[in-house]
Design a protein around this ligand. Structure first.
Ligand code: SME
Length: 158
């Protein structure tokens, strides 16, 4: 069985190959969420929340129904957006202000996404039904994937 690092390396190559030449950031986000969610069995919800003023609005995702809008500073996604730092949460039920879009989500990682001017444009949210699914390996590869895919985008936050 492939370990997590091997899966990430393969999926990162696949994402780069599929998105080559495609500058539309919605198309890129849709591709990233699809390929990550297909690659990992324990990725229960995989997708993006896009910056819209002082809120995040749901973008392309794979999974059950997500909330449509999240204020900066609220829940795990809002905290990642407000701080600009990746958040890893082993059990969301212990996270103050957690937004329960789906009670089956237990652990999650949320990675901020920046454009080439280093403005926050979105966050990548991955949720799992098990406790403590995400660790430093997930942080490293997911930060690298969104860095490679969106850092050259010229899009601005809404
Ligand atoms: N878990 C997120 C909310 C979004 S979803 O679960 C799809 C949070 O607390 O930020």
């Amino acid at each position: 069985m492939m370990d997590k690092k091997q899966i990430y390396s393969e999926v990162a190559e696949q994402i780069t190959a599929v998105t080559e030449g495609e500058e539309n950031f919605i198309a890129r986000m849709a591709t990233v969420s699809c390929l990550l969610s297909e690659a990992f069995d324990d990725f229960f919800w995989t997708g993006f929340y896009i910056v819209d003023g002082k809120e995040l609005v749901v973008g392309p995702y794979q999974g059950s129904l997500g909330c449509l809008r999240i204020a900066y500073g609220r829940g795990v996604c809002g905290t990642a957006a407000a701080t600009g730092q990746t958040q890893i949460v082993d059990n969301v039920h212990d996270f103050p202000g957690h937004i329960a879009c789906d009670s089956r989500s237990v652990s999650e990682i949320v990675v901020p996404v920046f454009n080439q001017d280093n403005d926050l444009i979105a966050v990548l949210d991955v949720d799992s039904e098990s406790k403590a699914t995400f660790d430093e390996t997930d942080r490293r590869y997911l930060e690298q994937i969104v860095g490679d895919i969106f850092a050259r985008c010229t899009i601005s936050p809404n």
